[in-house]
Ligand binder design. Sequence first.
Ligand code: CS2
Length: 493
Amino acid sequence: MRLSASTLDRLPAAIRRPRYDRTTVKPGIVHLGVGAFHRAHQAVVIDDLLAAGSAEWGIVGASLRSPETRDALAPQDCLYTVAVSSGAGTEIRVIGSLLAMEVGKEDPERLISRMADPATRIVSLTVTEKGYCHTPQTGELDETHPDIVHDLANPHAPRSAPGFLVEALARRKAANLPPFTVLCCDNLSANGRTVQRIVSRFAELRAKDLGRWIEDHAAFPCTMVDRIVPETTAADRSAIASALGMTDAWPVMTEPFTQWIVEDRFTAGRPDFAAAGVQLVSDVTPFEHMKLRLLNASHSALAYLGYLAGYETIAATMTDASFAALAARVMDDAAVTLQMPAGTDLAAYQASLLQRFANPALHHRTWQIAMDGSQKLPQRLLGAMRDRLKLGLPIEPHALAVAGWMRYVTARDERGNDIDVRDPIAAKLKAIAQETGPVAERLAPALLAVEPVFGTLGSDPRVVSVVTRQLAQLFRLGARQAVAEQAMPPRTR
Ligand code: CS2
């Protein structure tokens, strides 16, 4: 038996499921990038709102490339399970907010029509950092990106997220419709403003007046999104199947914690987010910095160094006291660079992060978080490093994390095995490493000179010297010992 609208009533009574009439829900949102994160985060919020009676905000989900999610969910009427695990137990719930699925690559026209439809009032996105085709360090559109080059030449059949957004907005302009609100839910710095810059530039390259119309009329609120959602494993699938008494081709696993902070700027209406626990604020910046520099920065540090030390998951890495201490030090060092609204309890936030990382129920692979480092380092680690240097403060723990990334992208682990490095510039990074060899004094400056990642920070002599020293330690001692030595000094604020 398979989860679907017609089998919902055969689920065990205790399992929460949509009690609202899904057939009357209107699609107000098109979401690009229906991965596990979206399905365990925004789609759950919308499911809560639909359950509370607001029937206007159903989601049409789209994958830009792969048909996998559509193929898994379409036979299930887009129903799927979210399993929330704390270590103490698991709570299972079936989500109904996803109404239909599109695949951009198969039928770009269909997806564009959905986005341009007057019923669509928000287009939200979780396409990961690299999905915006921008230069991570500057936040500007990468005009040489192959997908951007393609989309400018074929604007009516795009491939990239900016290409789809601009074509759909162009159709709305031509039809005299208001633009939808573009709601970026990816971990970019100043995500809304960054996407606005990218989209406006792309539009301007197509036509000046289109660029101007988007500038003048469209809204791109910034958001801070947070929930740890590891990739679903085969074991998860079978555990869910036995709990449901039927199969779900693609359930998602997550933690109890969830947070969504959104700037309240929408051009065509929005759901009553506050009713579902979303925080609406006038400026997301401090919260976004807090999350990227505390959670994501230490996550990346644990991912690179933990992987090198042979730990498969973040929870396993956290059982090693020196790694937990290093994560805490990265957070302490980043915390002094934050300007939080009065009343923010950063110490409590940091303590809760360490607990969340240690959640033994989450099989969050270090390899998964290590992906796309070239796109992640600037907003997670480098901004805080730059700010600490301005304040005249040391940068050792951050530099060790960056060195961990450098050691990782050599694509050879400490036992001489290959590492499957996933990154848009993996080949370039590996070539650099092959040219310099595993010699910190050569490798560190060569990687620091990769401008789209490091910008001017990479030529700062203080950065060159500390990162080189940390990388040398990593080559000499291995990750476990290097982390233990770094974690040893007393914590400083
Ligand atoms: C992780 C994030 O994969 C990664 O890079 O750091 O996906 C992280 O789990 C989320 O941002 C948590 O909200």
